[in-house]
Design a protein around this ligand. Structure first.
Ligand code: GLC
Length: 718
């Protein structure tokens, strides 16, 4: 619709109709059954008349249902303003990919973009218009359950993957391409840094750290064109984001130049009362509208109080008008006025969901997400080996993760089946773990004794991570550790395959297992690919996007930390008065960027085109990487920068570039990275972003701890 037509429509709207547009309800309010009346409607005090005016629905999916709801709605909506349908398409819609923390381990933005494109195709055919993704909350604390939804601890990797997801969801022409979705970047801001790793808890970040480490992921998504932003539940500088004018108006709207729709998180406007910011729903509605929240997700505060608020205070009318205008623009950007059903198409839905092509992409995503953490010559399995598979996840379909929307567990293969298919007949024996605890004398125990190698499939249940799933302990469940200890007594090569949604404390596992495969929640195609990694058909290439601690007591732990005045370094093992623990090494068990392969790689000393640079110069860094094995493999080459002297303390290293390269056996490939001044800037105490003249260390390697370095000098002279 042309702008002037949209304006004319807007001008016809009554106050009541404008308020309705700001309300978002779940799809069950539109169930044909009367339960919708006695259940949620009563709870939120929503009338049937209200239902004919609300602006959007969340969680409703399915082409037939959405077409029915839209049709019924438009019959009752006086001006024919269509509903927006939104959903949590987080890592796939029906074809489920690895959880985002797993996808991030691929370090492959093009692949991540592809998964978003397919997720959009599937969910758009099912009638979804907007996805509540990408979630770009930086995270350094594995106790927080939603770590599984993030892309980890590094700002640069988060930015690259945020951009890729927005591109994949939105494509280049959202209005005409009805196989795409509008992206909603969340949760603004800093939701991933709650005190004590407790979900919804206080976030207390300095403005320096908030701006330097946490905001760039959201900015990247906004720069890539994300149509919506979701405010977070947590406080920033003592004020909940949902009512935080500084955060939402000053930072998000003005500085970050976001002019799209801002939605609250679930009932977060009401939560201003629990936070102690508002004494009632009316005050909460005023604070949220003044902060610039356009859509009220499931609280009812806007629906029940905005008319009264606007009638009492004309200045609020302008704020309401701005909110409704942005909502109408989003509907127009999606072409809903011309086609209120957009991509909702039952035939296309039937053809698209869980299609072979989509499953192929999911398999590729799993291949590149799996991280080989340990391999003392036990993997890949050999053809003539007798293999035992044991452990709670061997026959589990709980491999999808906690935001797997319409993923069907019934469609999810079992590892036992997949490994059976991968191995020769008779090679695999499945042993129940109770065998071990009932004493190794039962008939099945013979299989354990005769095994050449034991594979233990272990990990978390999907409910143990995700929203409202914080944990104080991040080891494997006690019974699984006990099983590993018992198996170790058999003296057989032992491989642990892990299905989990967070970095775990694997200190005990690393002492017991000879091989460790980190499979995350790998999604619908996970089991088959995990089996192919075990047999070597797939050569793992994943790299951690988040540090795995030695102990939960180290958390929050992250690679890009500051030096401190008393850094604990390798050469100071015997010194006491340093920033160190008495009982554990400071370093993570497995560092950011770490991941093994069945191949092996060596790096030359990095070289630079000049040792002294001005701000206008481009720094060209070259490194030769050799595949020193007899096996073709993929390596993620990583480049880190350390600003040695600055006006505020700088991280000891910061990821600035990475490249996935595939090398034939004994092949040497020269990798070139190009750095510009932007890569050397930081936030100065005066609030400006700029680079200082001085020394920078450039480090290149296969993970954040194993790098070769070269030093360069940035000068002010032009
Ligand atoms: C939840 C989550 C948010 C999600 C929304 C809708 O509480 O915080 O990430 O998109 O509600 O389901």
């Amino acid at each position: 619709m042309e702008r002037k037509q949209l304006q004319a429509l807007f001008d016809e709207m009554t106050l009541e109709e404008k308020v309705g547009q700001t309300m978002q309800l779940t799809g069950n309010f539109f169930d044909q059954s009367d339960s919708a009346i006695t259940g949620p409607m009563e709870e939120l005090n929503v009338s049937r008349e209200d239902l004919s005016r609300i602006g959007s629905i969340l969680g409703g999916t399915g082409a037939a249902d959405i077409r029915r709801i839209q049709t019924e709605y438009l019959k009752k909506n006086r001006l024919g303003i269509p509903l927006l349908f939104m959903a949590d398409v987080i890592h796939g819609y029906r074809t489920i990919y690895p959880i985002p923390l797993g996808l991030a381990s691929s370090w492959n933005p093009a692949l991540v973009e592809q998964t978003a494109e397919v997720a959009a195709k599937e969910s758009a055919a099912a009638g979804v218009h907007v996805t509540f993704s990408p979630m770009v909350d930086l995270v350094r604390d594995a106790r927080w359950g939603r770590v599984m939804e993030t892309t980890g601890e590094d700002p640069y990797l988060n930015e690259e993957l945020a951009r890729a997801l927005v591109r994949g969801y939105q494509g280049t022409d959202l209005q005409m391409d009805d196989t795409r979705l509008a992206a909603c970047v969340k949760h603004f801001a800093g939701y991933g840094a709650p005190n004590a790793g407790l979900d919804y808890n206080t976030v207390d970040l300095s403005e320096q750290v908030l701006r330097e480490q946490y905001l760039s992921g959201y900015q990247a998504a906004i720069d890539e064109g994300a149509k919506m932003v979701m405010a977070s539940f947590n406080t920033i500088k003592g004020i909940p984001a949902t009512g935080n004018k500084w955060l939402l108006k000053e930072v998000l709207r003005k500085e970050m130049k976001f002019d799209g729709v801002l939605i609250s998180d679930w009932a977060a406007i009401n939560e201003l009362i629990a936070h102690g910011l508002a004494s009632n729903q009316k005050e909460a509605a005023i604070q949220a509208l003044q902060a610039g929240v356009d859509i009220d997700m499931m609280s009812g505060a806007y629906l029940h109080y905005l008319e009264e608020i606007v009638e009492e205070d004309e200045s609020m009318r302008k704020l309401l008008d701005e909110a409704v205008w942005r909502i109408l623009q989003l509907k127009n950007d999606l072409g809903l006025f011309e086609n209120p059903f957009r991509g909702a198409d039952e035939e296309r839905e039937q053809a698209e969901l869980f299609s072979p092509q989509n499953r192929d992409i999911a398999r590729k995503a799993v291949e590149e997400s799996i991280v080989l953490l340990k391999n003392n010559q036990v993997l890949p399995l050999e053809e003539n080996q007798k293999v035992v598979l044991i452990g709670s996840k061997k026959n589990s379909r709980d491999l999808l993760g906690s935001w797997s929307l319409n993923g069907q567990e019934a469609e999810t293969q079992l590892l036992a089946e997949a490994l059976q298919a991968e191995l020769a007949p008779g090679q695999l024996k499945i042993v129940e773990e109770k065998t071990v605890f009932n004493g190794l004398y039962s008939y099945q125990a013979a299989d354990l004794y005769q095994a050449d190698v034991i594979v233990a499939a272990l990990g978390e249940e999907s409910f143990m991570s995700g929203e409202a799933a914080s944990k104080s302990q991040i080891t494997l469940p006690a019974d699984q550790l006990l099983l590993l200890q018992e198996l170790k007594k058999l003296g057989k090569p032992l491989v642990a395959v892990l299905f989990n949604g967070r970095p775990l404390d694997l200190s005990d596992v690393s002492l017991l297992a000879d091989g460790i495969v980190e499979a995350w929640f790998p999604g619908t195609e996970g089991a088959q690919v995990v089996a192919q990694v075990l047999t070597g058909r797939v050569n793992p290439s994943g790299k951690l996007s988040m540090s795995f601690p030695r102990h939960v007591g180290q958390v929050p732990i992250y690679y890009n930390h500051h030096s401190t005045g008393r850094p604990f370094t390798r050469d100071k093992q015997d010194e006491k008065y340093l920033s160190r623990y008495l009982d554990v090494d400071n370093s993570p068990l497995y560092p950011f960027g770490f991941g093994l392969s069945y191949s092996s790689f060596s790096y030359s000393q990095p070289t630079v085109n000049q040792s002294t640079f001005t701000k206008e110069d481009e720094v060209v860094v070259r490194v030769a990487v050799t595949n020193t094995s007899e096996r073709k493999g993929t390596e993620v080459v990583q480049l880190y920068v350390h600003d040695k002297i600055a006006q505020v303390v700088r991280p000891i290293k910061e990821l600035k570039r990475f490249a996935r390269i595939t090398l034939e056996p004994n092949e040497v490939q020269e990798v070139t990275f190009r750095l510009q001044e932007d890569d050397f800037t930081y936030l100065h105490p005066d609030g400006t972003w700029s680079s200082d003249a001085g020394e920078f260390e450039i480090m290149v390697g296969s993970n954040s701890e194993e790098t070769e370095s070269v030093t360069i000098q940035l000068t002010n002279s032009n």
